[in-house]
Design a protein around this ligand. Structure first.
Ligand code: SAM
Ligand code: SF4
Length: 324
């Protein structure tokens, strides 16, 4: 699948539910309504989309949401996609619950990686940021469960917001060292459904990096490859753990983007920031039509997100309803 800017799509981000049990302030509002269940795609639909995408050259799959662990057929989906010709299958979760048996089953079925989202290590802040009752300790315990189930170094996504958690960069770096984690700092993007995003709240990757390096020097671990979104660093004193910086706002990587997104109700979004989206449901059941449709939609993928340009408009959907 090729777009009109010469980018080849290799990475499918599939949202398996629009539901979430958190209400993270940078993502969704407390009073948002979910779609009726009958509007969401079925396991059979998801498998069809994955198969057609594989036929079109997709090699990486990320299952996301909403909170993907709330999707009733997640285990069956992982089992089935694990049998497909994919180089990498990953899942993103808020870590509210991860049972050891379930994690081991996923690993055995072919899930390669689990990414956790955790924005604070301070219990007194957790409820304010996530507007949930899940504790930091619970998420840390889910991370350990993943490791014990045989997942490689778990990734932890941290969305930095000025005045909220930007004083925790070093604490997260220490956590990465102590627990051999891959902690990735993500810049806050204008994808919050409450539309509170403001450039002043964005903590740039450069700021976070210099805060960490003042105490814990870092060194690059690998050369950037084409579609890499994260700048990955190791500790200069060769302590365990990795630190990643994802800078979509201060240093956009749109030119290297190889992703296509499908929402839980079957809307295709070539870009996180697409203002237009396309309904694939009429094509379900006809693989050839679905393939032609996805190729057509991909061709329209916009050159870049345009944050900061005068013409920029935040998309209707927030991250929870897109699938991050
Ligand atoms: N619920 C799962 C979770 O939180 O990991 C998966 C879905 S969530 C939408 C996927 C990722 O998007 C999370 O790592 C979250 O931190 C990130 N995210 C959500 N809103 C964001 C925003 N406005 N800017 C940057 N990242 C955001
Ligand atoms: Fe938070 Fe993920 Fe739910 Fe958004 S989808 S509110 S980031 S847990």
């Amino acid at each position: 699948m090729l777009d009109s800017h010469g980018r080849v799509i290799r990475d499918l981000r599939l949202s398996v539910t629009d539901r979430c049990n958190f209400r993270c302030t940078y993502c969704m509002e407390p009073d948002e309504r979910f779609l009726p269940k009958r509007s969401l795609l079925s396991l059979h639909d998801y498998l069809q989309i994955v198969d057609v995408c594989i036929g079109l050259g997709v090699r990486k799959l990320r299952l996301t949401g909403g909170e993907p662990t709330l999707y009733g057929d997640l285990d069956a989906l992982i089992e089935r996609v694990g049998q497909r010709q994919l180089d990498d299958i990953a899942l993103t979760t808020n870590g509210w619950s991860l049972d050891a048996d379930r994690a081991a089953t996923w690993r055995a079925a072919g899930l390669n990686r689990i990414t956790f989202s955790l924005d604070t290590l301070r219990e007194d802040r957790m409820a304010a940021i996530t507007r949930s009752t899940t504790s930091v300790e619970t998420v840390l315990s889910s991370i350990e469960t993943a490791r014990q189930a045989g997942f490689p170094r778990p990734k932890v996504n941290v969305v930095m917001q000025r005045g909220v958690n930007d004083d925790e960069a070093i604490d997260f770096a220490q956590l990465a060292r102590e627990r051999d984690l891959d902690v990735r700092f993500i810049e806050f993007m204008p994808l919050d459904s409450g539309r509170h995003w403001d450039r002043d709240i964005v903590v740039t990757a450069a700021e976070t990096r210099s805060a960490i390096e003042a105490a814990l020097p870092l060194q690059p671990v690998d050369a950037l490859h084409d579609a890499q979104t994260s700048v990955n660093m190791a500790f200069a004193d060769v302590a365990p753990g990795r630190i990643g910086f994802i800078a979509p706002v201060s240093a956009p990587f749109c030119g290297a983007c190889n992703r296509l997104r499908v929402t839980a109700e079957g809307m295709v979004r070539p870009c996180l920031f697409s203002r237009r989206e396309w309904n694939l449901r009429p094509m379900l059941g006809d693989a050839a039509s679905l393939a032609a449709f996805l190729q057509d939609v991909t061709w329209t993928k916009q050159a870049g997100h345009g944050i900061g340009s005068e013409a920029f408009e935040q998309p209707e959907r927030g991250m929870r309803a897109i699938g991050g």
